[in-house]
Design a protein around this ligand. Structure first.
Ligand code: SER
Length: 559
């Protein structure tokens, strides 16, 4: 079966079992305490906690996921950064029995996998959460037991999942392994874990399952690695003269980069942008003689039917990759020179090596190569220790930020203020010049913007507006303030409020030639200071007035 057939077979199976099929959510989650969507359940988190699901209590999806935790693993047979996760979910509907039976039926009856290839694991219990006897009984009826050698017990690390982010639903899991590879994770959300890691039983029990499409395809297509399935061979086939591991890293990272850029992320030195930069530069470094642009095009071609956003943003995607290649080239030159002068002094200690990596984006592998040429050694352990220290510091910073404890609330709010001007101009361009601001509310975490429009915006319009705002952010437009007489200002600028409310001399803020508004400020100096703009909600505010909530992710541009 092709991956496409597996995707639809899975969704059809669960549709027939009464599940509503929900499209994949963005790779950028609305929960600001996590960088990426890493699991299918994330978009449903609140329905597990009792909020009424608009889709009913049984849903299924194929979710785009990006996992930074697996970057170093990429190259082996089973790990990827970008993956698609098939999942079925129940919010207070069915529980363990149905979930296990559905999984069994799908694999054995629909995919016709021989039962002898399957083994399962069950949560073995610890001092907080008891052993999952209920799952054991269900599995036993299906022919799985410790005695038969196809059921094992595992502890917290392996058979307990969640929560994503700082708090949320979580619970014991039972995992299905096919030919020894973990393929399907069935999570029984029985607990709520709070910020202090305290578990409280949930009133409503839920099921969250996740099965990596690529791993499923690997077993269904009888391959020994995910890189041999039909979602990868068109890519790996284009990469010549590389060893197998390099091929895999290049293919995985380019795919991941294409998907991240399609969501509006740009390479930078922080948060999502940093991850994108890291995988892109790693792909460039491994694939010096590889045509990455053609590879990126191929990724778009493989997935465009399922994720049309790839095709609509193809030009952006290719140009971001090209630009990063140029920047990396420049960084390498500087890196080689700086490394050479450090090496001239002697062996490289970990801190210095990490500094070269951190400030010049000069990878450890290359630092080692340069050092070797000069007969010097690099303290690798010291490098990793310095990296770990750095990660801890940035994580602490991120946690502080996400808790709202910003050192410069003012600065963040100012950025959002400028973003509202871009938003209004974009709304006018997409929906029509008759759009006016009807109110706004800005905090350090988000902006809320009200405007006149008679109906719900379509997903396409929302995307178009996001893209336009992000494009203007990337264009690095100058934000200029001019003071002028009200009469003159009213002739050239958009006015959202009653002109009577303004004094005789007014301030006008102009952003490139995209936006011009009467406004008291303050604003940023250039649009590149803003992060990636993301609309997280569009709803009715009152009759004829729509309300948009938007957030800014990371930092849009590189310095
Ligand atoms: N949330 C679980 C996982 O990601 C099951 O979907 O593995």
């Amino acid at each position: 079966m092709t991956s496409q057939q597996l995707r639809s077979e899975f969704l059809n199976f669960f549709e027939k079992k009464g599940h509503k099929i929900v499209p994949s959510f963005s790779l950028l989650p609305t929960d600001p305490s996590v960088l990426f969507t890493t699991a299918g359940m994330q978009q449903f988190k609140e329905y597990f906690l009792g909020k009424k699901s608009p889709y009913g209590d049984k849903v299924a999806s194929c979710q785009k996921c990006f996992r930074t935790s697996d970057i170093e693993e990429v190259g082996d047979d089973a790990h990827l950064t970008f993956l698609e996760m098939l999942g079925n979910f129940s919010f207070g509907g069915y529980f363990k029995e149905e979930a296990i039976k559905f999984a069994y039926e799908f694999l054995i009856n629909n995919l016709q996998l021989p039962i002898s290839q399957l083994t399962v694991t069950v949560f073995g219990g610890d001092n907080e959460v008891p052993r999952d006897e209920e799952s054991v009984k269900i599995w036993e009826k299906l022919g799985f037991s410790e005695k038969n050698g196809n059921l094992r017990f595992c502890g917290r690390a392996d058979n307990f999942w969640g929560p994503t982010g700082e708090e949320g639903p979580c619970g014991p899991t039972t995992e299905i392994h096919i030919r020894g590879i973990e393929v399907w994770n069935l999570v029984f959300n029985e607990y709520f874990q709070d910020k202090n890691k305290k578990l409280t039983p949930l009133k409503q029990k839920g099921v969250d399952t996740g099965m990596g499409l690529e791993r499923l395809a690997m077993t269904a297509q009888d391959k020994s690695s995910v890189f041999e399935i039909d979602l990868f061979t068109p890519l790996t086939g284009m990469i010549n003269n590389q060893d197998e591991k390099a091929k895999r890293i290049i293919a995985d990272h380019i795919k991941g980069a294409v998907f991240l850029i399609s969501e509006g992320i740009l390479p930078s030195n922080v948060e999502q942008g940093y991850v994108l930069r890291r995988i892109l530069r790693r792909a460039i470094q491994y694939g010096k003689s590889v045509d990455l642009t053609s590879l990126a095009r191929k990724v778009v071609e493989i997935y465009e039917d399922i994720y049309p956003e790839l095709k609509s943003r193809e030009t952006d995607i290719l140009s971001v990759i090209e630009k990063e290649k140029e920047k990396f080239g420049e960084a390498l030159k500087i890196g080689i020179n700086t490394t050479a002068s450090e090496i001239a002094k002697g062996d490289l200690d970990g801190e210095t090596a990490f500094r070269l990596y951190q400030s010049h984006g000069f990878p450890l592998e290359l630092i080692k190569e340069e050092a070797k040429k000069a007969g010097r050694v690099v303290d690798e352990e010291g490098f990793y220790a310095a990296q770990k220290k750095h990660q801890e510091v940035s994580r602490a910073g991120a946690e502080k930020k996400f808790k709202g404890g910003l050192a410069d609330d003012g600065a963040e709010a100012v950025k959002y203020h400028t973003a509202t001007h871009l938003l209004l101009a974009a709304l006018r361009e997409v929906l029509g010049p008759e759009i006016y601001q009807k109110g706004s509310n800005i905090t350090a975490e988000r902006l809320r913007f009200d405007f006149n429009y008679p109906q719900k915006m379509t997903d396409g319009q929302i995307k178009e507006i996001e893209t336009l705002v992000n494009q203007k952010i990337r264009e690095d437009l100058l934000v200029e303030m001019k003071e002028m007489s009200k009469d003159k200002a009213l002739k050239i600028a958009k006015v959202s409020f009653d002109p009577e409310k303004y004094g005789e001399v007014v301030k006008v803020y102009q952003i490139g030639d995209f936006s011009i508004e009467l406004c008291g400020g303050p604003h940023v100096g250039r649009t590149s200071e803003l992060g990636v703009f993301k609309i997280i909600k569009e709803e009715s505010s009152s009759a004829g007035i729509r309300r948009i909530r938007a957030i800014s992710l990371g930092h849009a541009t590189s310095k």
